[in-house]
Design a protein around this ligand. Structure first.
Ligand code: MIC
Ligand code: SF4
Length: 646
C-alpha cells in the first residue's frame, strides 16, 4: 500500500511511538521558528532548561508582531531575544526583515524537513513540502533543546485539485472554499494534503496562502508536494540545492477525499466573525466599506503585491476608504521599490506599513466604530482588529484592491482582462537583516539583556490529591485564544510579564474574571466545543495558570491549546455527555476526588461532583504516558527539568 506525503515525512522523523492514527507519536524536529510575541516566553523557558546551544539544524527568531513600540517593553523584548539568540545558536531576523512565515518560506524552509514554530501559522512551510506545525512556546523550547515533539498521529485528508483558477480568482478563494466545506473544526486531528493536476497551476506563494490558512481549519498542518514549481521558487531564492522532489505514492490511501475544481471557484469572503462564515463576493457586492488592509502572513508575497499594484496603478483610493498595505518581507518591499510597483501603490493613496504583522494582530489600523474592513488576513474573530464592533471580512488581495477603489464590496471579476503575473526568475537576495549566532566558544561573552518588564515563568505545582474548587467562568462554543488572552497594541507588550497580562485574561467575555479568579484562589473553567481555537499563544494557558485555574472542562478542545494547557500543568477534561454542560453554572462548587491517584492509575473517566447541584458528571481525562507525567509534575518545564536530571 502506498504512502501519503505526510506519512513519508512523519515516518522518516519518527522517534517514538507507533505510526497508528489517533495515537501519540514523537517526531524529530529539524527546524524551529519563534516570533516576538511568543518568543520571549519561549526563550525564558529555553534558558530555564539549561541547554547551552540549540540542537536543531536551524532555529530562527523573528521580530514581527510587537513592532509598534509605544513604550519600552517591546524594544526590551527585542533586545532580549536578540541576545539570547546570539548566545544560544539561533539566527535572529531583525525587526523590518519581515513576517516570520513569509521570510522562513523565502530563506530557510526546506522540502521534507520538519519545522515547529511558536505561531499557529507555521504550516505556511507546507507550501514547499515541509511538515510545519504550530506549537506552544514551551514545545518549541524543548525542540530547540533537542527534545522530541509529540503529536497525535494524524488522519490525512486528500484535497484533489482539478483544473485551473479563472482570472481574478485567487489562492485565498481556494482556502476559503476548503473552510466552507470543512469549517473551523473540520481539520482537527488531520493533515490536509493537496494533490491532483490543479497543483501544477499554483505557484509556491499561492500554495503557501492555502497551507497558511489551513490553521483556521484546526488542522495539524497542510502540505503540498515538492515539484518543479517548488524547485523554480527555491532556485529563484538561490537555494536550489535544498530542493528534493516529494509527493505521495500514486496508490496512497487517504482517510477522506475532497475534490475541488479550481475552474469552478468564484471570489469568496469570510464574513464576521469566523473564517468559515463564507459568502461569495458577488452576494456581498455593493456593500459600502470603510477600510481595506492588505498584508499578513497569508497574502503579502511579491505576487500578491504585484497584483494589487496592477489594480491600483493610475487610480485613487475611494475617498471614504482607508487602504493600508504591509508587504510581507524586506525582500518583497525592496523588489516592489525597485520595479516601480511601490510608487504605484503610494500614488494611489495606499498607506504603506512596515513589513510586519501590523493590523492583523491589532497593532494599529483598528477600523472606525462599526467599520466594515476588508482584509487579506486569516482571522476575523470579534474584537481582534481592536474595534469591538468592527466588521471584518477576509478576502483575496484582488477583491481587497478593487473594493478599495470603488468604496463598495466588489467582485474582482468585474475588473476586465487579467494579465499573466509571473514570479521573477531570481529574487533579490540580501540577508543582511539576519544575524547569525556567535560561535559556541564565544557564547559566554554574550550578555543577556533583560528589561524590567521581563518576568519569570509563573509558579507551578504538581497535581494535587483532590481538586475541590468553584467554577470561576462558564463560556460557550468556539472560544478563541483571542477571547482567553486578547492581543492588540495595549496588551501585547505584556507578553513577557504573566502577572500583568493576566489582568486581561478573558476580559472580552467577562471583565471581572481576573479579579474573581484571584479572589477564589483556585478554580475550574467550563466551556463548549472547539475551546481555544486560533493562536498558539501559550499565554492563554499561562494566564489561567497564574490565576489559579486547575482544570478546564469543555465539550472539545482545539489541538494547540489543549497541548498548552497540559504544558502549563492544567488538567484538560471533556464531558462524556455533552448535555452535562447544562449541569454546571458559574459559581458551582466542583470536586474531583482522588484525581491524582486516578491519573496515576491511568483512569480515563473521572467523576466531577457538582456539590452545589448534587449531580455527578462523568468526564474524560485522556492522557498518555507522557502527558500524564507532565500533568503530575505540574507542567512541561518541571517534567523536562526532571528528565534532564535523569
Ligand atoms: C495570531 O495570528 O493570532 C498570532 C498572534 O500570530 C498568534 C501567536 C501569538 O498569539 O503570539 C498565532 O497565530 O499563534
Ligand atoms: Fe502575524 Fe497575523 Fe500571521 Fe499571526 S496571522 S503571524 S499576527 S500576520
Amino acid at each position: 500500500m502506498g504512502l501519503t506525503l505526510t506519512e513519508k515525512i512523519l515516518k522518516a522523523h519518527l522517534v517514538e511511538g507507533e505510526f497508528v492514527k489517533g495515537q501519540e507519536i514523537g517526531i524529530k524536529i529539524d527546524q524551529t521558528l519563534t516570533q516576538d510575541a511568543t518568543g520571549t516566553m519561549a526563550y525564558l523557558e529555553f534558558e530555564a532548561m539549561g541547554v547551552p546551544r540549540v540542537k536543531t539544524e536551524r532555529s530562527v527568531a523573528y521580530i514581527d508582531h510587537n513592532t509598534l513600540q509605544s513604550g519600552f517593553e517591546n524594544a526590551d523584548d527585542h533586545r532580549f531575544i536578540s541576545s539570547v539568540a546570539k548566545k544560544h545558536g539561533i539566527y535572529f531576523s531583525r525587526p523590518g526583515n519581515g513576517i516570520c512565515h513569509q521570510v522562513h518560506l523565502e530563506r530557510f524552509g526546506i522540502p521534507g524537513k520538519t519545522l515547529i514554530g511558536s505561531d499557529s501559522h507555521t504550516p505556511t512551510g507546507g507550501g514547499i513540502g515541509m511538515i510545519a506545525i504550530g506549537a506552544g512556546g514551551l514545545d518549541v523550547a524543548v525542540a530547540m533543546g533537542g527534545g522530541t515533539y509529540y503529536i497525535t498521529c494524524p488522519k490525512v485528508v486528500k484535497v484533489e485539485l482539478k483544473g485551473k483558477l479563472s482570472p481574478w480568482v485567487a489562492a485565498k478563494d481556494v482556502i476559503l472554499e476548503v473552510l466552507r466545506i470543512l469549517s473551523v473544526k473540520g481539520g482537527v486531528g488531520k493533515v490536509i494534503e493537496y494533490c491532483g493536476e490543479g497543483v501544477k497551476s499554483l505557484s509556491v506563494p499561492e500554495r503557501a496562502t492555502i497551507t497558511n490558512m489551513g490553521a483556521e481549519l484546526g488542522a495539524t498542518t497542510s502540505i503540498f508536494p515538492s515539484d518543479e514549481i517548488t524547485r523554480e521558487f527555491l532556485k529563484a531564492q538561490k537555494r536550489e540545492e535544498v530542493w528534493t522532489e516529494l509527493s505521495a505514492d500514486a496508490d496512497a490511501v487517504y482517510d477522506e477525499v475532497i475534490e475541488i475544481d479550481l475552474s469552478k471557484l468564484v471570489p469568496l469572503a469570510a464574513c464576521p466573525h469566523s473564517p468559515d462564515n463564507i459568502k461569495t463576493a458577488e452576494e456581498l457586492s455593493g456593500m459600502k466599506i470603510d477600510q481595506v488592509c492588505i498584508g499578513s502572513c497569508t497574502n503579502s508575497s511579491l505576487l500578491d503585491m504585484l497584483k494589487v499594484a496592477h489594480i491600483l496603478k493610475g487610480k485613487t483610493v475611494h475617498p471614504d476608504v482607508s487602504l493600508s498595505i504591509a508587504p510581507g518581507s524586506k525582500q518583497v518591499l525592496t523588489m516592489l521599490a525597485e520595479n516601480g510597483a511601490l510608487a504605484d501603490l503610494i500614488a494611489a493613496g495606499a498607506r504603506i506599513l512596515e513589513s510586519a504583522c501590523g493590523p492583523c494582530i491589532g497593532m494599529g489600523q483598528s477600523p472606525n466604530s462599526k467599520g466594515i474592513s476588508l482584509r487579506t488576513f486569516n482571522r476575523n474573530f470579534e474584537g481582534r482588529s481592536g474595534t469591538k464592533d468592527g466588521q471584518i471580512y477576509l478576502v483575496s488581495p484582488e477583491t481587497a484592491a478593487i473594493s478599495a477603489l470603488t468604496g463598495v464590496f466588489t467582485d474582482p471579476r468585474t475588473i476586465g482582462d487579467m494579465p499573466e503575473f509571473k514570479l521573477p526568475e531570481t529574487f533579490l537576495i540580501n540577508d543582511n537583516m539576519v544575524e547569525p549566532p556567535v560561535d559556541e566558544k564565544d557564547m559566554d561573552k554574550v550578555e543577556i539583556l533583560r528589561g524590567p518588564n521581563i518576568k519569570p515563568f509563573p509558579q507551578t505545582s504538581p497535581l494535587s490529591e483532590t481538586i475541590d474548587v468553584p467554577c470561576s467562568l462558564k463560556v460557550g462554543d468556539n472560544i478563541t485564544t483571542d477571547h482567553i488572552m486578547p492581543a492588540g497594541a495595549k496588551i501585547l507588550p505584556l507578553r513577557s510579564n504573566i502577572p500583568a497580562i493576566s489582568e486581561h485574561c478573558f476580559t472580552v467575555c467577562d471583565k471581572d474574571f481576573p479579579k474573581r479568579a484571584k479572589e477564589l484562589g483556585q478554580s475550574i473553567i467550563v466551556g463548549g466545543s472547539n475551546y481555544g481555537q486560533g493562536s498558539s499563544r501559550e499565554h492563554a494557558a499561562l494566564a489561567p495558570l497564574y490565576l489559579g485555574v486547575k482544570a478546564v472542562l469543555v465539550k472539545s478542545f482545539a489541538r494547540i491549546h489543549r497541548a498548552n494547557l497540559i504544558n502549563a500543568g492544567i488538567l484538560p477534561l471533556t464531558f462524556v455527555n455533552e448535555n452535562d454542560y447544562d449541569n454546571i453554572n458559574e459559581g458551582d462548587n466542583l470536586e474531583i476526588k482522588n484525581v491524582k491517584a486516578d491519573v496515576v492509575a491511568g483512569k480515563t473517566t473521572l467523576t466531577v461532583v457538582n456539590k452545589t447541584k448534587d449531580i455527578e458528571i462523568p468526564v474524560l481525562c485522556e492522557l498518555t504516558g507522557r502527558t500524564k507525567d507532565i500533568i503530575l509534575a505540574g507542567g512541561l518545564l518541571d517534567y523536562t527539568r526532571e528528565s534532564l536530571k535523569n
